[in-house]
Each structure stands twice: as C-alpha cells, then as structure tokens.
Design a binder for this molecule. Structure first.
Ligand code: PMV
Length: 324
C-alpha cells in the first residue's frame, strides 16, 4: 500500500479565480495552462497501521495540513479504507520563493495516494479528484497545454490535454522578486473576490473569448496572439483582486518594475509577455531563441532575486523511487 508520484506545477494563460461551488471546487470559468518541466513535487504515500496521518513536507512536519488531510480522507472514502497514511513530499523549488506549490503538490499526492489505496483511476478521474483539493492541480495531471473545462457538476469538471509538451516549445522565465507582504491564500482570496468585487462579472463576460483566443493561438502556434491574451487576462484577474474588499494586492515593487520593463522590451521588438498568479513573482513568457536575452535583462531589473527557466513539462506520473 505504498506508491510514489511526480508532478509539475503549471502557469495559466487564462486564469481560474473564483468558484461557484466552494465545497467541490467547481470554477466560475474554464482555464488554460502550460505545465512547467523544471519545477517538480515528488510524493510518497503509504497507508498502514499508523496511529495518525503523518505528513512531512520539505523535511518539515506538516501533519496538521488541512488540505492534505482532507484529500487523504476523500481518497480513503473512495477506496473504502480507514488506514492512516504516511506522506513524505519534496519540492525541488524553495517553498519560501512564493511559487505556487499547491498544483504540483496536490497532483502528486492524488496520483500517489490513489495508487497506494488500490484505486486504478484514469487521468480524467484523477483530475476530478485532485481538483477537489486544489483547483489548479487538475491541470497538472497532464503535461503540455491543458484546458480545465469548467463543467456543470463534479463529474464533468476536469482537465483535458490540448497539446503535449513536445508540440510547441515556449519558455516561462520566472522572475522571483523580493516580497515581504504576507499574501492571502488563493482559496480565501478568490472567495472574497467573488463576494465583494463589482468588476468580477466583467471578467466573466469576456473570459470565454480569452479561452477561444488561447486555443486558437495554440493550434496555430501564434506566439503574439497567445502572449497578448495571456497578459491581458492576467491583468484583468489582478484588477478584480485589487478591487476586492479588502483589496488583494499581490504585487511587490519588483513586480511592477518587470511589467514596465516588459512593455519597453516589446516596444523594441522583443517578443515577451507577462502573466502573474496570486503572488509577486512574474512569469515571463517568451520564445526559445529569445530566452537567454530575456533572462539577462531580467537579472538587471531592480528587485529580481532569482530566475527559474522553465520549458513545457510532462504528465503527473507514478515513479519507482520511494522517499521512505
Ligand atoms: O487552485 P489554486 O488555489 O492554486 O488557485 C490558483 C489560482 C491562480 O494561480 C491565480 C490562477 C490559475 O489558474 O492557476
């Protein structure tokens, strides 16, 4: 009853921010993302005769992590077992960097725990189950370009792969910026936006158009079309965050410095766009031939602490190597 899995986080070009069912994690809109190869979560799960669930994340005890405990309960319920679990999980990226680890973490946990519990689920089922622990994690079940179809019920809200990781090589150069702000977790933040932000309906009115544009840009491998929509969709999501009561401003000074710099570089002819999740770091999207230049320039922007260069990554998968 032991299994291990690896999963990668993803960066959304059309973002998910808000649910119409907070219990089942059913989203207000569909979303499209790219899975990121260089970042990984690896997780081993064993169900056994333990007194209580024991969870270790990046070498620290996290046995009271509500998200993980809830996900283990869901999987136990599906498998009809009551045994407690031992979970060890490591990210290859620093947790303190503020990079979202919930997508890869929950996807790796779900794949490993289902297998360890004796559930031989296909990717669609895994996507439905991991969605209920972290919405964006349902996209991390697949590699490459992935769409989360919003669906109208638990069973039809899941991710599908639009194109695999070898289809189109674009790069996400992640700029890690100095950030002392304590951020509001996405689960809480998005609930507040849906409840209090008068701009929220405005975003919902255009998001299907953004989805259609991004799908078409991927089909045609049209980088400009992809970048323009992704950047606009991200800014629009942040506009709804900023107009939430109380306001959710995830940006740091370095975030704004990069946004300005990218506008200047694009005016000079460099194909480069930004997209930002619920945090201060900036995902800078560019083509492989421009990646080194973009990286060099980003390192000189004030407030940039580190750079992580990501290529398109693959599916979440079971692995042979156990962490304990
Ligand atoms: O599912 P969560 O709680 O990781 O929320 C993800 C929200 C964003 O990263 C801001 C957007 C997205 O679609 O990934």
């Amino acid at each position: 009853m032991k299994a291990s899995a690896i999963a990668h986080p993803n960066i959304a070009f059309v973002k998910y921010w808000g649910k119409y069912n907070d219990k089942l994690y059913l989203p207000m809109n569909g979303s499209i993302s790219l899975t990121l190869n260089e970042l990984t979560s690896q997780t081993t799960v064993e169900f056994g005769n333990f007194k209580a669930d024991q969870i270790t994340l990046n070498k620290n005890d996290a046995s009271d992590d509500k998200k993980i405990l809830k996900q283990l309960d869901l999987i136990r319920q599906l498998a009809g077992i009551t045994k407690r679990a031992k979970v060890v999980s490591n990210n290859n990226f620093p947790t303190a960097s503020g990079l979202a680890s919930s997508a890869s973490g929950l996807a790796a946990l779900t794949v490993a725990a289902c297998k360890a519990a004796g559930l031989d689920y296909d990717k669609k089922q895994l996507s439905i189950i991991t969605r209920q622990g972290s919405g964006s994690s349902c996209r991390s079940i697949y590699g490459g370009y992935v769409e989360w179809r919003m669906g109208a019920s638990n069973d039809d809200s899941y991710a599908i792969q639009l194109a695999d990781e070898n289809y189109w090589d674009i790069r996400d150069i992640i700029a890690i910026v100095a950030n002392r702000e304590k951020k509001v977790k996405s689960t809480v933040g998005m609930e507040e936006t849906v409840k209090t932000c008068p701009l929220y309906q405005g975003r919902l009115a255009v998001v299907n158009h953004h989805l259609a544009e991004v799908r078409a840009a991927i089909t045609e491998r049209d980088f400009k079309r992809l970048g323009e929509v992704a950047e606009y969709d991200s800014l629009m999501m942040h506009a709804t965050m900023i107009a939430t009561k109380p306001s959710l401003l995830y940006w740091a000074p370095g975030t704004v410095a990069i946004i300005h710099a990218i506008g200047d570089w694009r005016a000079e002819g460099l194909p480069v766009y930004h997209t930002i999740d619920a945090g201060a770091n900036v995902h800078v999207i560019t083509l492989p031939e421009n990646a080194a230049e973009v990286e060099k320039r980003l390192r000189k922007v004030e407030g940039v602490n580190d750079i992580i260069h990501c290529r398109p990554g693959g599916d979440a998968n079971l692995i042979e190597k156990h962490l304990f």
